[in-house]
Design a protein around this ligand. Structure first.
Ligand code: ATP
Length: 463
């Protein structure tokens, strides 16, 4: 990592903690690796991302319905899906410092090549041949790469016997396959149609996670789109466009991400085509989202293993078939991080006395900004705070708002800029005379006088 890059991540992590976006998990006990807690501002941003996604992909469409399934599922689900047998990563240990590292990441970071799809043996060979150093201690003394299970195990019932093992789901997708027939029968949807879900997933990731990029507990927004096989190419392209439209919708700049198609040897065993949306994070260009053509692999497997019929009956053509599936998948936490990186701006701003200072401002798209409006009385004097609270009561039912009368107005503006609040409304002594307030725009810093009775209308137009 270059100094500048390290600096950028440090700045984001420290802003996240200082302003209540994200705190280290279990911090007072020294933390727990790769866990993070979302704070008062962070939970708003995260909820806005999830709500925007749901509106975009479910509520505003006719062909997609949602579900909210249990995190714990019958273990047979994970046997049929191939997760019990195959969901594991090759890890390698440094004998010198005992660091345990994901072998594919070690290769990708050291050689700037993609390592997906390589066997542990291949990876060991590459690491040895290229004399790759341990990123922690710098020595070259690795064990062989070995596979480790990524699924979190737990036990149902009171005894810890093998037969009681259940897993915390490592992806939300399987619940959509398992419920395919339930959804079909209860909604009468016609193919093509999709099932969407937002929910927690768990993976026993042991490598350092780059803040919230890779965590052991994370949220996914996934979509299984059931199609007729003959349409897969055209619909793949359609979903690729929809995913780009979504990124545009939440303000992620086009120049900050790219699309990469998986090579043949990198594809999952079930997939005929997969692309990744990769974002230019400060620590490298990494997967943000994926779009995979999963064929009929999942429904076929569940049909075979459960004995339940997973066919769709195409009435018009009097034909029965197992639908094929396109899967656009989105990480909530990675969206959150991309939104933070994309929004983070440092700019020179006038201080008012002829000088300038560096202003840090999170230029979130307005639809995901955690707080939409801040109401700031110019002083703590009672008559001002009384009036300001009246304004707050007026605005808070329409927009997620904050009332703040602490510290100087300059400090309060700085705080609102750092949490990305699009509009600050200042109530001053003149407001008591003319019934108007000053609205400050986060990005231009332009100020406009608006009548209190017009304020909600003004803000609605501005959003
Ligand atoms: P990676 O190669 O980075 O481990 P993956 O290809 O295993 O990711 P998928 O199984 O395709 O990821 O999961 C779908 C999405 O879920 C990813 O695109 C990402 O946004 C998110 N995701 C996956 N693993 C994690 C994690 N450990 N922490 C946070 N988000 C994750």
């Amino acid at each position: 990592m270059t100094k500048e890059v390290e600096n950028m991540m440090d700045k984001i992590v420290s802003l996240a903690k200082r302003r209540g976006f994200v705190f280290p998990g279990s911090e007072i006990y020294g933390g727990l690796a790769n866990t993070w807690d979302y704070g008062p501002v962070g939970v708003e941003l995260k909820n806005n991302i999830k709500q925007a996604w749901w509106n975009f992909f479910v509520k505003n469409r006719e062909d997609i319905v949602g579900i909210d399934a249990a995190i714990l599922m019958n273990s047979k689900v994970w046997e049929s899906s191939g997760h019990v047998a195959g969901f594991n990563d090759a890890l390698i240990d440094c004998r010198a410092c005992q660091a345990r590292i994901r072998a594919d990441h070690l290769i990708e970071d050291a050689l700037e090549m993609k390592a997906e799809g390589l066997t542990p043996k291949d990876m060991t060979k590459i690491i040895v041949e290229n004399k790759i150093k341990c990123p922690v201690c710098g020595k070259i003394d690795f064990t062989e790469a070995r596979k480790f299970g990524l699924m979190f195990k737990t036990f149902q019932g009171v005894t810890e016997e093998d037969k009681n093992i259940i897993y915390l789901r490592p992806e939300t997708a399987q619940a959509m396959f398992v419920n395919f027939k339930n959804v079909l029968n209860s909604t009468n949807k016609k193919i093509p149609f999709g099932i969407a879900q937002i929910g927690k997933s768990f993976r026993n990731e042991i490598t350092p996670g780059n803040f919230i990029f890779r965590t052991v507990e994370f949220e996914q927004m996934e979509l299984e789109y059931f199609i007729d096989e003959k349409d897969w190419e055209k619909l793949f392209e359609y979903w690729q466009n929809e995913m780009a439209n979504w990124l545009d919708h939440i303000g992620i700049k086009k120049e900050n991400y790219s699309i990469r198609e998986h090579d043949k040897d990198e594809l999952s065993h079930y997939s005929k085509k997969t692309i990744d949306f990769e974002y230019n994070f400060p620590f490298g260009t990494k997967e943000l989202y994926g779009l995979a053509y999963r064929t009929d692999f999942d429904l076929m497997n569940h049909q075979n293993a459960s004995g339940q019929n997973m066919e769709y009956f195409d009435v018009e053509n009097n034909r029965k078939y197992i639908p094929h599936v396109l899967e656009p998948t989105f990480g909530v936490d990675r969206t959150f991080l991309a939104a933070m990186v994309d929004a983070y701006t440092e700019e020179e701003a006038p201080t008012g006395d002829g000088k300038t200072e560096t202003r840090v401002v999170m230029k979130f798209a307005k639809n995901i900004a955690p707080i939409k409006v801040a109401i700031l009385p110019l002083s703590k004097k009672e008559e001002l705070s009384g009036k300001a609270k009246e304004v707050f009561d007026l605005v808070k039912t329409e927009f997620n708002s904050q009332y703040d009368e602490s510290q100087s107005i300059g400090k309060r503006y700085r705080r609102q800029d750092e949490i990305g609040t699009p509009y600050c409304v200042t109530v001053d002594f003149e407001s008591l005379e003319d019934g108007a307030v000053t609205v400050r725009d986060r990005d231009t810093m332009k100020q406009e006088r608006v009548k209190i009775e017009e304020l909600v209308k003004w803000l609605k137009k501005a959003f």
